[in-house]
Write a protein that binds this ligand. Sequence first.
Ligand SMILES: [Zn+2]
Length: 278
Amino acid sequence: MSDPCILCCAITGSVPRKADNPAVPVTVSEQVESSHAAVEAGASIIHAHVRDDDESPSSDPEKFAALKEGLEKHCPGVIIQFSTGGRSGAGKERGGMLPLKPDMASLSVGSNNFPTRVYENPPDLIAWLASEMITHQVTPEIEAFDLSHILHAIAMHKAGKLFGRLYVQFVMGVKNAMPADRAVFDFYVETMKTRAPNAPWCAAGIGANQIVVNEWAIAAGGHTRAGLEDNIRLDRDRLAPSNAALIARAAELCEKYNRPVATPAQARHILGLSTGVV
Ligand SMILES: [Zn+2]
């Protein structure tokens, strides 16, 4: 049996709406319920954004606090990862929830294009978010939309500017950013192995690439992410009925490649996080 595979569920995101797929959880109670089912299906990390009541993206720390409380109550031990991504707020607003001390937070360390705009991550904002994570002891998950982001994250980690263990996620298939390209994926994996040999890594694919990248990552010994933030469909004809259904697909792939699905406790160990026991 090989190493356990961490499955992260990106439950909501900033983009999909209920009109796109009614299973997208929007209110905090929907998010907690959807997370609970995803954890039952094998997720050990919940990656979350919050929304306003009209479904628009929010960076309201009070909403994040309510979600954290609900997850701690209904999904005990699960790793809580909040997004500091740029679709939910501007500038330092993006890190306004870090004082809540989630286990992890996403961190982008470079800029790139998104489908309809520039995803701006200026150096001073990156440095501020990273330092806030050190202050509040929040382990970042680096969102790498490009090779330069991986190299920059490794350099920041070596310079002591990232809290905790280095954990890089390759994001592939965002329109106008890095496509889900197998040769690039292999080079990313090789880059991690040679330049940060002890660092775990994970990968996420957007849209129809979700299941493709799930399989690449699981087969290559990495960890992976699924969920309605990145993909709302099972295939061309069917919407995904839930976050849990997308996690269950990844869990099936783990079985195919003889990788046990990591429990939250195993995932905490792999990522060097606290035990989560309060
Ligand atoms: Zn996200």
